[in-house]
Design a protein around this ligand. Sequence first.
Ligand SMILES: *[C@@H]1O[C@H](CO)[C@@H](O)[C@H](O)[C@H]1NC(C)=O
Ligand SMILES: *[C@@H]1O[C@H](CO)[C@@H](O)[C@H](O)[C@H]1NC(C)=O
Ligand SMILES: *[C@@H]1O[C@H](CO)[C@@H](O)[C@H](O)[C@H]1NC(C)=O
Ligand SMILES: *[C@@H]1O[C@H](CO)[C@@H](O)[C@H](O)[C@H]1NC(C)=O
Ligand SMILES: *[C@@H]1O[C@H](CO)[C@@H](O)[C@H](O)[C@H]1NC(C)=O
Ligand SMILES: *[C@@H]1O[C@H](CO)[C@@H](O)[C@H](O)[C@H]1NC(C)=O
Ligand SMILES: *[C@@H]1O[C@H](CO)[C@@H](O)[C@H](O)[C@H]1NC(C)=O
Ligand SMILES: *[C@@H]1O[C@H](CO)[C@@H](O)[C@H](O)[C@H]1NC(C)=O
Ligand SMILES: *[C@@H]1O[C@H](CO)[C@@H](O)[C@H](O)[C@H]1NC(C)=O
Ligand SMILES: *[C@@H]1O[C@H](CO)[C@@H](O)[C@H](O)[C@H]1NC(C)=O
Ligand SMILES: *[C@@H]1O[C@H](CO)[C@@H](O)[C@H](O)[C@H]1NC(C)=O
Length: 236
Amino acid sequence: MAVKRGLLPILAALLGSASLASAACDPSSLDNSTFLYNVTVDGTTIFDIANATGRGVCDIGRQNIMANVTIVPNVGESILIPAQTCEPDNESCILKPDPNPRNCLLGGPRLYYTVRGDTFDKIALRLNMTAESIMIGTTPGNRTSTGVTNSSQELQAGSFLKIPQCEPSQCIMQPYSFKWGVYKDLAEKFGTTVGQIMMLSPTYNYSSKAFLGGSFPPITMAINCTVLSDNTTVLE
Ligand SMILES: *[C@@H]1O[C@H](CO)[C@@H](O)[C@H](O)[C@H]1NC(C)=O
Ligand SMILES: *[C@@H]1O[C@H](CO)[C@@H](O)[C@H](O)[C@H]1NC(C)=O
Ligand SMILES: *[C@@H]1O[C@H](CO)[C@@H](O)[C@H](O)[C@H]1NC(C)=O
Ligand SMILES: *[C@@H]1O[C@H](CO)[C@@H](O)[C@H](O)[C@H]1NC(C)=O
Ligand SMILES: *[C@@H]1O[C@H](CO)[C@@H](O)[C@H](O)[C@H]1NC(C)=O
Ligand SMILES: *[C@@H]1O[C@H](CO)[C@@H](O)[C@H](O)[C@H]1NC(C)=O
Ligand SMILES: *[C@@H]1O[C@H](CO)[C@@H](O)[C@H](O)[C@H]1NC(C)=O
Ligand SMILES: *[C@@H]1O[C@H](CO)[C@@H](O)[C@H](O)[C@H]1NC(C)=O
Ligand SMILES: *[C@@H]1O[C@H](CO)[C@@H](O)[C@H](O)[C@H]1NC(C)=O
Ligand SMILES: *[C@@H]1O[C@H](CO)[C@@H](O)[C@H](O)[C@H]1NC(C)=O
Ligand SMILES: *[C@@H]1O[C@H](CO)[C@@H](O)[C@H](O)[C@H]1NC(C)=O
C-alpha cells in the first residue's frame, strides 16, 4: 500500500506535465507556411535558421535532404523551411559518439573531401573512427601534414584527406536516389557511416529544390560495410 500511495502522486505529476505540454502547444497557433530562407549573412548556421523560424534543426535537415545539418551554408544559398510542428526535432539527426570507434574504415573509399567547418573530431565522428587514426592517416606516420595537430581546430574546406582502411573489408556499392531524411538516417538503414556516404558524393550537401519541382539527388550508397576476417590490418 505504501508503495502504491507513493506511486500515485508521481503518476499524476507525469500525466499532468504531459497534458500541460500538449496544452501549451495549440496547433492552430502554428505557422504552417513553407518558404525559402535565403542566407544573406556569412556564417549563418542551420541552428540559427531553426531559431529564427521556430523550426527544428532536424525537420529543416530532412526537408532539404541534407548530408549533415552542421555544414554551414554559404551566402546566396536557400533553405526550404517546413511547417512548424508542436514538437520541433533538434535531436534525432545529431550523431552520438560510439563508445568503440575504429582505427580504420570498413570498405573504403579512400579520400574524404573536407567541407566548411570540418575538424578532425567532426570527421572522425562521422566515420566512427578515432580522431587520432585519421590524423595519422593523412600522411603515414606524420600527424602534421595538414599543418593541424589540434583535432578541434578547423580544417581548410575543399581538401582531401587519406583515410586508413581496414583490410580485408568491403561495402556493397549501389546507385541511390535520396528522397528524404539526412545521411544519418541512411547510414543506420544501410549499415554504413555518414562519413562514407559523404566520401562517395563529395560535393553534395543538400537540396532545397527537390521539393520545389527539382529532382532528387542521385548519390552512391555503401551497404553492409563489414570486415572479411577476424584478423584485419590497417592500410594507411
Ligand atoms: C497548422 O496545421 C495543423 C496540423 O495540420 C492544424 O491543426 C492547424 O490548425 C494549422 N494552423 C493554421 C494556423 O492553419
Ligand atoms: C528567397 O529567394 C526566392 C527566390 O530567389 C524568393 O522567391 C523568396 O521569396 C525569398 N524568400 C524570402 C523569405 O525572402
Ligand atoms: C531547437 O534548436 C534551435 C536552434 O538551436 C533553438 O532555437 C530551439 O529553441 C530548439 N528547440 C527545442 C524544442 O529545443
Ligand atoms: C532563439 O534563441 C533564443 C536564445 O536562446 C531564445 O530566447 C528564443 O526563444 C529562440 N527562438 C526560437 C524561435 O526558438
Ligand atoms: C553545396 O553544394 C553546392 C553544389 O555543389 C555548392 O555550390 C555549394 O557551395 C555547397 N555549399 C556548401 C556550404 O558547401
Ligand atoms: C553532422 O556532423 C556533425 C559533426 O561530425 C555531427 O555531430 C552530426 O551529428 C552530423 N549529423 C548528421 C545528420 O550526419
Ligand atoms: C562503430 O564501430 C563499432 C566497432 O568498433 C561498432 O560496434 C559500432 O556499431 C559502430 N557504430 C556506428 C554508429 O557505426
Ligand atoms: C610532416 O608534414 C609536414 C607538412 O607537410 C612537413 O613539413 C614535415 O617535414 C613532415 N614530417 C615528416 C617526418 O615527414
Ligand atoms: C584546439 O583548438 C580549439 C579550437 O580552435 C581551441 O579552443 C583549443 O584551445 C585548442 N587546444 C589546444 C591544446 O591548442
Ligand atoms: C544487407 O544486409 C541485410 C541484413 O543481413 C540484408 O537483408 C540485405 O539484403 C543486405 N543488402 C545487400 C545489398 O546485400
Ligand atoms: C594477422 O595477419 C598478419 C598479417 O597478414 C599476420 O602477420 C598475423 O600472423 C595474423 N595473425 C593471426 C592471429 O592470424
